[in-house]
Ligand binder design. Structure first.
Ligand code: GDD
Ligand code: MN
Length: 373
């Protein structure tokens, strides 16, 4: 898009709670790496008792690009809600980079995330779970499994398809995408913010890409991930599951329209004098086309699925062919023992097994393709 990626209009948003040993080295590193005068560095501190805020205020006094936003402690999630709103509205950022203060995220990696945005993405995730990404080798097997399976579980339950690292706290995001996702409405307090934000971005139609990073353990200070955060994680992902039924609703309505197209065109063709054995497959095919168009431009329009589009397209076609074959076979199979039954009724009956086949193969095969391995 011909955008400057040197950092103009970029705002780094860094939440802190008791990061006194880390915050000054981090800000020095960031300001050195991203010298553009239009780049801002916003620290959102929750009145850390260890004086993190004071250190940032001192630095901000000598460097106009450094900003401090302070408030009472309401958790990582709410710190981000405030910080991102401030970055967009007060600092006028056109891109936000979110990252941790403890050097788990390498400041130099933000450059690659920004490059991905310049290449057309709306969101670039610093990802531990794509090829080339890695975790600190000091992580024990138990912690690795917990992180990996927690991630997989969240992705599956919360319906975040195609993203390998959906709990990452390192992302570059375009301002428009943040606006469309209505970040200000996010209520979660803890680390679950990452999943919530990603879910909203994806459902608002953002193009999401992942860039491999190495996640390093913090050297100084302590993690704030606590039991409350873990509890919140569980009920949030289930909440997301329950509230993302819009897709299910659209899927159902699409199916209903498909059935009407099928029966309506079948009846029309019969009235035009066409033989029922020819009218049947044509009507079925018409409904498959209308289903495809509606799924494509409506049901899944807000969903971003990364990679393997062609494979999914082929599978969708194969499923449609199988649906057509089963529906037609049912129609013919019923017409033989019931030659005098109304053809429209038989055509309607023939939809039933086809719908079951279509739904099962699409949800457990076609769309399963992008689900995590
Ligand atoms: N303002 C504010 N308020 N900042 C907070 C709070 C809070 O209540 N809690 C944590 N932070 C800040 C920390 O100071 C740090 O800069 C950053 O948020 C991440 O907190 P950590 O406590 O270091 O998190 P972590 O290392 O356990 O978790 C990381 O990995 C997770 C995925 O595995 C983070 O990147 C998470 O965002 C991520 O989900
Ligand atoms: Mn950390």
């Amino acid at each position: 898009m011909g955008r400057d990626i040197s950092g103009a209009g970029v705002c780094f948003v860094v939440p802190t709670y008791n990061e006194a040993p880390n915050i000054v080295p981090l800000l020095r590193r960031l300001t050195g790496l991203y010298p553009d005068p239009d780049t801002a560095f916003l620290v959102v501190d929750d009145e850390s008792p260890d004086g993190t805020g004071r250190l940032v205020r001192e630095l901000a006094a000598t460097d106009g690009r450094v900003h401090l936003l302070e408030g009472p402690r309401r958790g990582l999630g709410q710190a981000y809600v405030r910080g991102m709103a401030y970055a967009l509205e007060t600092l006028g950022a056109d891109t936000v980079v979110q990252m941790d203060a403890d050097f788990s995220h390498d400041p130099a990696d933000a450059r690659r995330l920004l490059t991905r945005l310049a290449d057309g993405a709306d969101v670039a995730i610093g990802s531990r779970y794509v090829v080339g990404g890695s975790l600190d080798p000091r992580w024990r097997i138990g912690r690795r499994l917990l992180s990996r399976w927690g991630n997989r579980f969240a992705r599956y339950i919360a319906d975040i398809r195609g993203v390998r690292d959906c709990t990452s706290g390192f992302k570059a995001i375009r301002a428009e995408a943040l606006g469309a996702a209505r970040v200000e409405d996010i209520r979660v307090r803890g680390h679950t913010f990452q999943i919530m934000l990603l879910h909203r971005l994806i459902h608002a139609g953002a193009r999401v890409v992942e860039e491999p990073i190495h996640f390093r353990d913090r050297e100084r200070g302590r993690t704030k991930l606590g039991a409350g955060s873990i509890l919140e994680f569980f009920y949030t992902i289930w909440w997301l599951r329950l509230t993302s039924h819009r897709v299910l609703f659209r899927y159902g309505l699409t199916g209903l329209v498909g059935a009407l197209v099928n029966l309506g065109s079948f009846q029309t063709l019969l009235e035009l004098g066409m033989h029922k054995f020819l009218a049947s497959p044509i009507a079925i095919e018409l409904s498959i086309v209308s289903n495809f168009l509606m799924h494509n431009y409506w049901t899944f329009a807000g969903r971003v699925m990364i990679g393997r589009k062609r494979v999914r397209g082929l599978k969708y076609n194969a499923v449609s062919l199988a649906t057509l074959a089963l529906s037609y076979a049912t129609f013919v199979g019923l017409s033989v023992p019931f030659p005098h039954t109304s053809p429209a009724l038989l055509q309607a009956c023939a939809i039933v097994p086809a719908v079951a086949l279509n739904y099962l193969t699409n949800s457990y095969w076609t769309f399963r393709d992008t689900a995590p391995k």
